[in-house]
Design a protein around this ligand. Structure first.
Ligand SMILES: N[C@@H](CCC(=O)N[C@@H](CS)C(=O)NCC(=O)O)C(=O)O
Length: 219
């Protein structure tokens, strides 16, 4: 029997669910995944299941954890290598992850995650492009300081910082803004990660009836 439950939204749309799911899977927690199809507005079944009415939401043993970043930290206590071993690198990883968690609203609004869809050129405005420029600076400076030895932000290991930025990579693949070679290489590596490939496979299998016009009508 599993040790708990992880509540998620549609894999096609729920960027925060992707972050929580990556953390839980990277930590190797044995939890049942419950995917709740999202509505156009607030989803009654999500509000009924989760204390803050949002997904991801993790029940693991007696622990009850909502908010993707809190789920990441819980998973890192179980699997410490999910943050970099070096204290300065770890502090930087937490800073950029917190920045992701708190910000980039313009990018999120203009380019919502629609996993597997191709919408090149859509969603570009001054604010979303400014968010993209800041994200590219994060990728560039983090990889320059700590990325030697592998393709991810902190080198060979896919850390929680990579998990926090994985939905941004998915957006970049969908909307294809102009990106530097450093960002493109990073996006290629994240997309090829086995857990991202697994998420893509499961997203593609979701029923057509789960699709939401508010996202699918973006063109
Ligand atoms: N700050 C939250 C954001 C979570 C969030 O906004 N989740 C969305 C799905 S991506 C949600 O549950 N929306 C409610 C709904 O669709 O009913 C976190 O980091 O977990």
């Amino acid at each position: 029997m599993a040790d708990g439950k992880l509540y998620l939204g549609n894999r096609r749309y729920s960027s925060w669910s992707l972050r929580g799911w990556l953390a839980v899977r990277l930590a190797g927690l044995d939890v049942e995944e419950i995917v709740i199809p999202m509505s156009a507005g607030r989803t009654a079944a999500i509000q009924a299941a989760s204390p803050n009415g949002l997904v991801p939401y993790l029940e693991h043993g007696a622990a009850r954890i909502w908010e993707s970043l809190a789920i990441c930290e819980y998973c890192a206590e179980i699997a410490p290598p999910l943050w970099p071993a070096d204290r300065l690198a770890r502090a930087h990883g937490r800073a950029i992850s917190a920045e992701m968690h708190a910000g980039f609203g313009a990018l999120r609004r203009a380019m919502p995650m629609i996993f597997g869809k191709s919408l090149p050129g859509i969603g570009r405005n001054d604010e979303s492009l400014a968010d993209i420029a800041r994200i590219e600076a994060i990728f560039r400076t983090t990889r320059a300081a700590w990325g030697d030895g592998g393709p991810f932000l902190f080198g060979a290991d896919f850390t929680l910082a990579d998990a926090m930025f994985a939905p941004v990579v998915a957006r970049f693949m969908t909307y294809q803004p102009e990106l530097s070679a450093v960002t493109m290489d990073y996006c290629t590596a994240v997309t090829a990660h086995p857990l991202i490939a697994k998420w893509a496979e499961l997203a593609a299998k979701e029923p057509e009836s789960w699709r939401l016009d508010k996202y699918e009508s973006i063109a």
